[in-house]
Design a protein. Structure first.
Length: 598
């Protein structure tokens, strides 16, 4: 039975489509297009393998260029087939959609098998002798593939044999993704009693910060209790996927637990290590902020961690989804009318799933699809000002995706460390518009909340980087750690950036159970880096509106260059430690400004 809604109607409360219309991808489980696309991929793979495996296609640039053109066509077939995404999106809005779960698994197995048959291609290119690589990279005929070849050559030393690479692909599902899917499904089913009724865990988290202190702390306790009740599965999941990573890191020869991520995100380790070190050395900034946060809340005793993200006052203005869209649209139009039009297109096409419900995954995300097909945004919107900011954030990702489609298919994708710049940039574009809707008193509250966002996006994420590194090192040292040990470790790192303003105990670390970022190893550093870069872009634009063209060049660059080169073209050197020091000093100055505000 097809459980996906075919044509969502406009809701009575907003007049907008607030559920995904996935029929833009496929009409349902039995859409013949799914099987036809799969068969086309499989038959094309067989032909490609027969033509090139064991044959000479790397002896000169001309032969390689011909082979790469055919390989690019094959890669496009993979990226334009979106049935995996289709079924994963269905699971995201309904974890009980067993048909979607089963279909996703079956199709994944077929695609992995097909992909494994062409593993030889990259591995063969990677074996081009180092002395010949520069010749290939300089040849005009290979110019369209230059950056892709640079990445292949750079990662060559970490490659395994073809048989081993195929085995890794086959194991990635049962060893990693199915563990994570199981944990997501468990968390999405959790309900919390609040106000005399049962509400989804995601909704409880979303509304917690806007409750009066007593209710807020009671709700926080209930959430933590529920997380502890289901923590044993998360314990097994974390140990399993971290151990699998340990095995693969050792097999490939990665120096550090974060080496694979940094390489995959197309940064260099020295830059990332420098940024992490500089932020960590300046945790005094976040600790000073939270002391001020406590003062502004009128708290003379230490705060509960439930109070970490609570506003210093109530912003009376609520934004139902229609109002939230209106303010985001207005803000984006000031950067350019086309950016407001992206939002309208997504709304009209059913590309945004808005409200929390039982079985729906927690948080928010933007999910690109291959080729020119629709991108989808997931929210858990609860009518507060943070929900509006989240909408702007995820639409930033969506806009980046749409603009990147101007690139050739090979470079339409972009690395995570670039993605988080686009999302946080459009949050900043929204900020001034939000300020204009508020009273003077509420503006101070919002300014405080913006700084609180910096604490979370920069300092908290780098504390999480430290937590992840600690976790990997513990598991690699002792073999297995309990959920109590994981929570205790997380609490230690939370205290390092939050400081003495909070009275924490090990139970505060139990939100590792649902913190998705730690399943995507060291992803968190990209948030901190992205936030600091986006602020620099935004301030340059505010000083000089003509700078918009440089921002748009970044948005449309896709994955055609390294992050360093993409931002170098905008005048920002992300490899320079002074860039991060300057960014942190600007935040320190913002805290001083907040302290002086009446």
């Amino acid at each position: 039975m097809n459980k996906t809604k075919q044509k969502p109607s406009h809701t009575e409360t907003t007049g907008l489509i607030t559920e995904w219309d996935l029929t833009k991808l496929y009409t349902g489980d039995t859409d013949p297009k799914i099987e036809l696309e799969l068969q086309n991929i499989e038959s094309t793979v067989v032909k490609f393998e027969k033509k090139y495996k064991g044959k000479d296609f790397t002896s000169n640039p001309k032969k390689l260029a011909i082979a790469l053109a055919e390989y690019e066509h094959l890669s496009n077939l993979f990226s334009e087939h979106n049935s995996i995404v289709y079924f994963q999106l269905r699971n995201a809005i309904n974890s009980n959609d067993d048909v979607a779960t089963a279909q996703s698994s079956l199709i994944s197995d077929r695609l992995v098998a097909a992909s494994n048959r062409v593993q030889f291609f990259d591995l063969t290119i990677a074996k081009i002798p180092t002395k010949d690589q520069k010749v290939f990279l300089k040849d005009p005929i290979l110019k369209p593939y230059k950056y892709a070849l640079e990445k292949t050559f750079e990662s060559a030393r970490y490659n395994l044999s073809e048989a081993e690479e195929n085995m890794v692909s086959l194991l990635s599902g049962p060893a990693v993704s199915r563990w994570i899917d199981g944990q997501d499904k468990l968390v999405s089913q959790q309900m919390i009693e609040f106000g005399g009724k049962q509400i989804p865990l995601a909704e409880a988290k979303g509304i917690m910060q806007n409750q009066p202190k007593k209710l807020r702390r009671e709700l926080y306790v209930k959430i933590n209790e529920r997380l502890r009740e289901i923590a044993q599965f998360a314990e097994s999941e974390i140990n399993a996927i971290y151990t699998f990573k340990k095995i693969m890191d050792e097999k490939r020869g990665y120096k550090n637990p974060y080496t694979a991520t940094v390489l995959g995100y197309e940064n260099d380790e020295k830059t990332v290590e420098s940024m992490v070190s500089i932020v960590t050395e300046n945790f005094s900034i976040s600790r000073d902020f939270y002391k001020l946060h406590a003062e502004l809340l009128g708290e003379k005793k230490q705060l509960s961690f439930a109070d970490r993200a609570v506003p210093i006052g109530k912003i009376a203005k609520q934004f139902d989804f229609k109002a939230g869209c209106d303010v985001v649209r207005s803000a984006f139009s000031k950067f350019g009318l086309e950016y407001a039009e992206y939002l309208d297109t997504y709304l009209n096409n059913g590309q945004i799933d808005v409200f929390a419900k039982k079985g729906k995954t927690d948080g928010a995300f933007c999910c690109p699809t291959g080729g020119q097909r629709n991108t989808y945004v997931l929210l858990n919107y609860v009518n507060d000002i943070n929900s509006v900011s989240t909408l702007a954030h995820e639409m930033g990702h969506a806009i980046h995706t749409e603009k990147s489609k101007a690139q050739p298919p090979l470079y339409q994708g972009y690395t995570i460390s670039v993605a988080e710049v686009a999302s946080t940039f459009f949050e900043l574009v929204l900020f001034d518009e939000l300020v204009a809707t508020l009273t003077a008193k509420e503006q101070k509250i919002l300014y405080h909340d913006k700084l609180m966002g910096d604490m979370s996006t920069i300092f908290r994420q780098i504390a999480c980087f430290g937590f992840e590194l600690d976790l990997h090192q513990q598991i690699r040292s002792v073999g297995y750690i309990t959920h109590n040990q994981i929570a205790k470790t997380l609490t230690k790192h939370l205290q390092s950036y939050a400081g003495d303003a909070f009275a924490l105990d090990e139970t505060d670390g139990y939100f590792f159970v649902f913190w998705s970022h730690i399943r995507n190893h060291f992803y968190v550093y990209s948030y901190a880096m992205g936030q600091m870069i986006s602020r620099a872009l935004y301030e340059n634009w505010k000083r000089d509106p003509a700078y918009k063209t440089k921002i748009e060049s970044f948005l449309s660059a896709g994955g055609s260059m390294s992050p360093r080169d993409i931002f170098k073209a905008t005048g920002i050197d992300i490899s320079d430690p002074e860039f991060y020091k300057t960014a942190l000093m600007a935040i320190k100055k913002d805290i001083q400004t907040l302290r002086k505000m009446k």
